[in-house]
Design a protein around this ligand. Structure first.
Ligand code: NAD
Ligand code: MG
Length: 386
């Protein structure tokens, strides 16, 4: 029986690489659902190739065109927020790959878990916003959450066979992004074009900016807390510019396990989709001789404040990380539209965290409202700045 995959965000960086993995293993996987935000041409192309049962194009302006193009293939086409949350519940879905970007992943993920579908989680923002709720739901519905993020996949791989052994701590590696070693005076004037040039990974725009500000690592610290049930003091970050050691686990006897390889998201994607088995691949192999020096350094939390802010939100708990995430999404979008400078991103987040009401024990509705209130507040703040 093939594993039937629903991909939320199939036209993005993770989504397209997931389809490459699936295309390389047609005997193992099939595609039952594809969804995209606005890239209708690519979505149509993917649907014609992979023949899913259902497709969602979130931007309604493209609905009629996608529907007409896929009509001859008997593929159902939808375009609404409610469709996005219901397609994941279909009987013909075994696992949902959440590869859309940002807060928009939260509700579909909740619905997928409640329908008993395993999750291959790329959309880290979902765990940042509501990690406590999501992990509790996964337990309640007996659903597994398989990490796709390369650092978390590395930790997950290091933990294979270690179920009886406690984790002393984990060490998340960070490339440091394009501005590693730079000071605030330099960062004050960087452009989005500079920030979009990641040294080791080719990814969507939002996560690339998050990598440049180190917010991506901050979000990953919070993601790791929920995936592996750790507290903040058990999660270290070390800058490793070569991106070969993808992350490490230290056990109580002092032993450290690392997972290594050339940077390629297809490996964590296929590990998440086919766990616990490894699939044979033809990805280029890592050779130690080509990398005589793998280096490690402290992150600079004073220059890259977002990482410190994420730790603060993690310590605070409640809806604090939801506020940080929403403010960051608005600020990154504003930076990508040349409305604010690179250093303003942290200011928007800090001010939002100070202003939006703290809720210690949030419900789903509280998260939804916190997200909306923070977006509104951060957007207004940016209007005043420009
Ligand atoms: P991307 O911008 O390349 O793709 C995003 C996808 O989501 C697209 O298909 C887009 O059409 C769709 N989408 C965007 N907004 C949507 C909305 N509101 N509703 C429905 N669909 C929407 O992003 P990406 O780089 O592939 O990242 C996706 C997720 O994976 C992010 O959460 C990111 O943090 C995470 N991630 C990505 C990488 C990577 O290498 N790209 C690595 C680790 C984690
Ligand atoms: Mg990562």
């Amino acid at each position: 029986m093939k594993k039937r995959v629903a991909i939320l965000g199939s036209t993005g960086s993770i989504g397209t690489q997931a389809l490459e993995v699936i295309a390389a293993h047609p005997d193992i996987f099939s595609v039952s659902v594809l969804t995209a935000g606005g890239n209708a041409d690519l979505l149509i192309e993917q649907a014609v190739k992979f023949k899913p049962e259902e497709v969602v194009i979130c931007n309604e302006a493209h609905y009629e065109r996608v529907k007409a193009a896929l009509f001859p293939f008997n593929i159902k086409v939808y375009s609404s927020a409610s469709a996005l949350v219901s397609v994941v519940e279909s009987d013909h879905v075994d696992v949902v790959l959440t590869a859309m970007v940002g807060y928009a992943g939260l509700l579909p993920t909740i619905h997928a878990i409640k329908a008993g579908k395993d999750i291959a989680l790329a959309n880290k923002e979902t765990l940042v916003v509501a990690g406590e709720l999501i992990t509790a739901l996964a337990k309640q519905y007996n659903v597994r959450i398989y990490p796709v993020d390369s650092e978390h996949s590395a930790i997950f791989q290091c933990l294979a066979g270690e179920q009886d052994n406690a984790i002393e701590k984990i060490i998340l590696t960070a490339s440091g992004g394009p501005f590693r070693g730079k000071d605030r005076a330099f960062l004050a004037n960087v452009t989005k074009a500079q920030a979009l040039k990641h040294p080791n990974w080719s990814m969507g725009a939002k996560i690339t900016i998050d990598s440049a500000t180190l917010m991506n690592k901050g979000l990953e610290v919070i993601e790791a807390k929920w995936l592996f049930d750790l507290n903040a003091s058990q999660i270290d970050v070390v800058v490793h510019p070569q991106s070969i050691v993808h992350s490490l686990v230290q056990f109580e006897d002092g032993s450290i396990k690392a997972q290594m390889g050339l940077p390629d998201m297809k490996l964590p994607i296929q590990y998440a989709l086919y766990y616990p088995q490894r699939l044979k691949s033809d990805f280029p192999r890592f050779n130690f001789i080509d990398y005589p020096s793998l280096t490690f350094e402290q992150p600079d939390l004073e220059t890259f404040r977002n990482l410190a802010i994420a730790y603060e939100a993690l310590e605070k708990g409640g809806n604090a990380a939801c506020i940080v995430n929403a403010a960051n999404e608005i600020a990154v979008d504003a930076f990508l539209h040349d409305k604010i400078g690179f250093l303003d991103i942290s200011d928007v987040i800090v001010e939002s965290l100070a202003k939006i009401a703290f809720i210690g024990n949030p419900s789903i509705e509280d998260y939804v409202q916190t997200n909306e209130a923070t977006r509104r507040y951060a957007s207004e703040m940016i209007q005043v700045k420009v």
